[in-house]
Design a protein around this ligand. Structure first.
Ligand SMILES: C[S@@+](CC[C@H](N)C(=O)[O-])C[C@H]1O[C@@H](n2cnc3c(N)ncnc32)[C@H](O)[C@@H]1O
Length: 203
């Protein structure tokens, strides 16, 4: 159990050898959930996009595939995540991919910069979610979209016993948070018992 805990703590902020291992694992294991979640948004061919909590950078690749002329920014609080995301996207780095270290709490981007912001399996760890969502709202262009993709939708001990500091929100709670941050036309998509994608639009 202790080893499991040690390993899964690296979901919140991957670091060191176990962090590297976890990033490799998440790049693959989050694929089906992420592809389904991104299918809930019709992505334009030349959007400017931001993936918050980009982890090992696989979502950045998935976004690029859907937007052949688009550019993708990635941000993550973990140095190890940034390193892995940069190496995975090395060939497009500083051309169509821009990755930096930082937090959802204080996004180092201009107002109205992005057409789409994504957050895959990460909002559980954001401190002060309401404030972070205001930051997302600020950096989106008018009519820009925010997609939250999660596979934990109930605050049960299966997750919270092994991942320290994880807060699980129900899709309805996420919808409410988005609404309070100023998003409209909020859609909740569900797949199976757990997976959820919540998409809101900045008016
Ligand atoms: C469970 S991993 C998911 C990574 C990636 N999105 C994926 O699907 O594979 C969560 C990621 O969110 C990052 N993270 C946690 N808190 C963050 C914050 N406040 N701001 C930005 N990134 C954060 C972690 O460092 C970690 O890389």
């Amino acid at each position: 159990m202790e080893l499991m805990k040690k390993l899964f703590t690296n979901c919140a902020c991957p670091a060191g050898r176990l962090g590297k291992l976890m990033l490799k694992f998440m790049n693959v294991s989050h694929g089906p959930l992420t592809n389904w979640g991104l299918d809930c948004v019709s992505i334009d061919n030349c959007w400017t996009m931001l993936d918050i909590g980009c982890g090992g950078g696989a979502t950045i690749q998935r976004l690029l595939k859907r937007s052949k002329g688009g550019v993708v920014y990635g941000i993550d609080i973990s140095e190890e995540s940034v390193r892995k995301a940069c190496s995975l996207n090395a060939s497009l780095l500083d051309k169509r991919v821009f990755i930096r270290q930082g937090s959802a709490e204080q996004l180092p981007y201009d107002d109205r910069q992005f057409d789409l912001v994504t957050a895959v399996e990460t909002i559980y760890f954001w401190p002060n979610l309401a404030h972070c969502l205001q930051e997302v709202h600020r950096v989106l262009k008018p009519h820009g979209r925010f997609a939250v993709i999660v596979e934990a939708v109930e605050n049960d001990s299966v997750w919270t016993n092994v991942v320290e500091g994880m807060i699980v929100y129900t899709p309805e709670q996420i919808k409410q948070y988005l609404s309070e941050a100023g998003f409209t036309d909020i859609q909740v998509y569900r797949k199976g018992a757990s997976d959820a994608t919540i998409v809101g639009i900045k008016p």
